[in-house]
Design a protein around this ligand. Structure first.
Ligand code: PMP
Length: 327
């Protein structure tokens, strides 16, 4: 079997049972290992879908430039697709992101503009604003805007959801995913709840993000916004791709718990993954304990990306100690 290009290798990632971090819990916890995508993250799925849809609608023409605000993973996916299809890429990102992520994007031929983290989204210096401005200024450019682009959650409706349903032979009872743009949770939940409305959907948020309060009260509360370290989950805006009606519970996880669980997953399960994976598993296990889930429950947890992007951070003892995540 010879694939036509690396794009055709995206998706169909395996479900892997967790054994040790689950302690004495009796339920099945299955991790969907998204770092086995060619760009090493779940975001390859939305990259190819957003580009396919833009080409079909005539929004992206041959030789065009793709401009996006991305924490790195979406950029990596877009850069792969752009390399194969001959597009240019410019990404805006924040100074909170790992240097590894930025270097990787540049390795694939993209230009990267690093913007300040702690400015309001509508500040002209924010990575949202800079991406929007560049897309207005540069001719023949396309701004996918993963936050509000329906192709984002659609990608998970068409791929992640059906894969989970088929891989568990319809036995999945709980679906757990971190919430960044909300595409992963919304798209797959839509599919899974169509198949079985009893499936419970748990969103994992970061302490310092607006989602949990918004889920509980329906109100956007600026006072919830605090700096945090975990990359990829939590927001200071409510993106168009989040549909709270599909979500049954939101669990907030702090940086220390996220980072320590990330390290445990590498050491105890052989899963070399990023910090939002630790957050997702920590949140999933906390929920399973609180709800007394047992033998008949099958919980699928999305592990969004790879540890290679965090070697100088989560996998560095000095960094862990400096942040108080390790003794
Ligand atoms: N974890 C990581 C590492 C990510 O890059 C993202 C995407 N922002 C997520 C989790 C959350 O996925 P989504 O944007 O689909 O909510």
């Amino acid at each position: 079997m010879i694939y036509n290009s690396i794009i055709d290798v995206i998706g169909n990632t395996p479900l892997v049972r967790l054994h040790r971090v689950t302690g004495d819990l009796k339920l099945t916890v299955a991790a969907k290992v998204e770092y086995l995508n060619p760009g090493q993250s779940v975001k390859d799925r939305i990259a190819v879908k957003m580009i396919d849809d833009a080409e079909q609608k005539g929004l992206l023409k041959p030789g065009g430039t793709i401009i996006e605000g991305t924490s790195g993973n979406t950029g990596m996916g877009l850069a792969l697709v752009a390399a194969v299809r001959g597009y240019k890429c410019i990404f805006t990102t924040t100074d909170k992101q790992s240097q590894e992520k930025i270097d990787l994007l540049r390795a694939l031929g993209a230009k990267v503009e690093v913007c300040p983290t702690n400015v309001a989204p509508d500040d002209p210096r924010s990575y949202y604003s800079v991406a929007k401005r560049l897309s207005r200024e540069i001719p023949n450019s396309y701004y996918p805007n993963q936050y509000d682009n329906p192709s984002n959650s659609r990608a998970h409706y068409e791929t992640t959801g059906p894969e989970i349903w088929e891989q568990t032979e319809g036995r999945v009872t709980h679906y757990v995913a971190g919430m960044g743009t909300g595409g992963t949770i919304t798209g797959a939940s839509t599919y899974l709840k169509e198949k079985n409305p009893d499936i419970q959907v748990v969103g994992v948020d970061s302490v310092g993000s607006v989602y949990k309060k918004y889920f509980e009260t329906g109100e956007f509360d600026e006072d919830e916004i605090k700096p945090y370290i975990t990359e990829g989950i939590g927001e200071d805006i409510i993106p168009g791709n989040v549909n709270m009606d599909l979500i049954d519970a939101v669990v907030q996880v702090g940086d220390k718990d996220a980072m320590q669980m990330t390290r445990r997953l590498a050491k105890e399960e052989g899963l070399f993954i990023g910090g939002s994976c630790g957050a997702a598993v920590f949140g999933a296990l906390q929920y399973a304990r609180e709800q007394n889930l047992g033998e008949n429950d099958v919980m699928v947890v999305i592990l969004p990306d790879s540890g290679t992007r965090y070697i100088s951070k989560i996998y560095n003892d000095n960094w862990m100690r400096e942040h108080g995540f390790m003794e």
